[in-house]
Design a protein around this ligand. Structure first.
Ligand SMILES: [Zn+2]
Length: 346
């Protein structure tokens, strides 16, 4: 009897130690990020089972008529608005502290870790999709987080920004886009208004791989689209890329003209009064693979002169008024402009 009790006590101590070790190992995001492919990122590694990647089909299919105006959560007392201070801190960390975030390097992985940490802080359960860079054998990463949405939950909009940079610290290109998409994710979660389902994707490897030929770019977004099932592709109603929004005099909604122009038309309805124009582009951002797959897209950008791929693309050279303008526009777009009827018409 006594022997059994002391054996039990030893077992308890061993189990406690094991939990402590596992808990400590789970505390390092960067370590978690360098692990297995398609790593589910969770705060505690007790949840060791692999969480399957959420899909649009996994959203509850509720008849439209019965949808509540709000989600079950109580909305905050004062609605959240775009916080330029948070956006500035993101740009300063990514482009100032980390600096040049070449795809498939530790700096790019650290940028992914920063985004994972912020998304968790905002109440998401982000996960990582690992992406092989076939021309040099390195691996880059997409960080993905889902907002279920209450309006047309069986359809979804992807909002993306790329984490990597080329030829410099990439403050404008594209820490600004990352800062805007992170703020949008924070606000849509906190305000819990009746919005469509949104998938936030922070793409790795958007830039052309150093030393490689044209076309060796958009690794993360090409991988993301290539790995959608036919049903997921059909449920992806649109894609917004936010890329280089901190410098220049022309505020642009770009698209390639390969898919229906509905999403960029909606964006222009809202943005034209504040000077937004339209440009047909050749697919120079992460919207390219989505548009080639027939999904309506829009790439939001500031240009002329837009500093990029230069050592001078630093946080100090960013116009944070532009960042705030684009971020506030996107909040308004999702919370007010993109009604269920507009989603249906995409
Ligand atoms: Zn870019």
């Amino acid at each position: 009897m006594a022997r059994r009790q002391s054996g039990g006590a030893i077992l308890v101590v061993v189990l406690l130690l094991a939990c402590l070790v596992v808990g400590l190992a789970g505390g390092f995001t960067t370590r978690a990020l360098t692990g297995v492919r398609k790593t589910p990122v969770s705060e505690r590694t007790e949840d060791n089972e692999v969480t399957p990647a959420p899909t649009y089909e996994s959203s509850p299919r509720v008849p439209v008529a019965s949808l509540p105006e709000q989600t079950g959560e109580e909305p905050p007392a004062s609605p959240q608005a775009f916080d330029t201070g948070r956006a500035t801190a993101t740009v300063e960390y990514l482009a100032g502290t980390l600096g040049y975030r070449e795809q498939g390097t530790q700096a790019e992985t650290a940028a992914a870790g920063y985004v994972v940490d912020r998304l968790r802080e905002y109440g998401y359960q982000p996960y990582v999709q690992e992406v092989p860079i076939t021309v040099n054998g390195r691996v880059t990463r997409n960080v993905i987080a889902e907002l279920p949405g209450t309006q047309r939950p069986s359809k979804g909009i992807v909002v993306g920004a790329h984490l990597d940079s080329r030829g410099g610290p990439g403050a404008n290109d594209n820490a600004t886009g990352v800062s805007v998409v992170l703020e949008l994710a924070r606000i849509l979660k906190a305000n819990a208004r009746n919005v469509p389902a949104v998938t936030f994707v922070f793409f790795g490897g958007e830039e052309r791989t150093e030393g490689s030929s044209a076309g060796n770019n958009h690794w993360g977004s090409r991988h993301y689209v290539a790995n959608l099932t036919a049903a997921q592709k059909a449920a992806c109603a649109g894609m917004v890329s936010v890329d280089m929004v901190g410098k220049g005099t022309q505020f642009l909604a770009n698209s390639m003209g390969l898919s229906r122009g509905t999403l960029k038309d909606y964006m222009l309805e809202l943005g034209a009064p504040m000077g937004m124009g339209y440009r047909r582009d050749g697919g120079l951002s992460d919207h390219m693979p989505f548009e080639k797959a027939g999904i309506p897209t829009v790439w939001l950008e500031y240009r002329e002169p837009a500093e990029y791929h230069q050592p001078t693309d630093t946080p100090a050279a960013v116009d944070y008024g532009h960042v705030q303008q684009v971020g506030s526009l996107l909040v308004q777009f999702f919370e007010q402009h993109l009604t269920g009827e507009r989603v249906d018409a995409l």
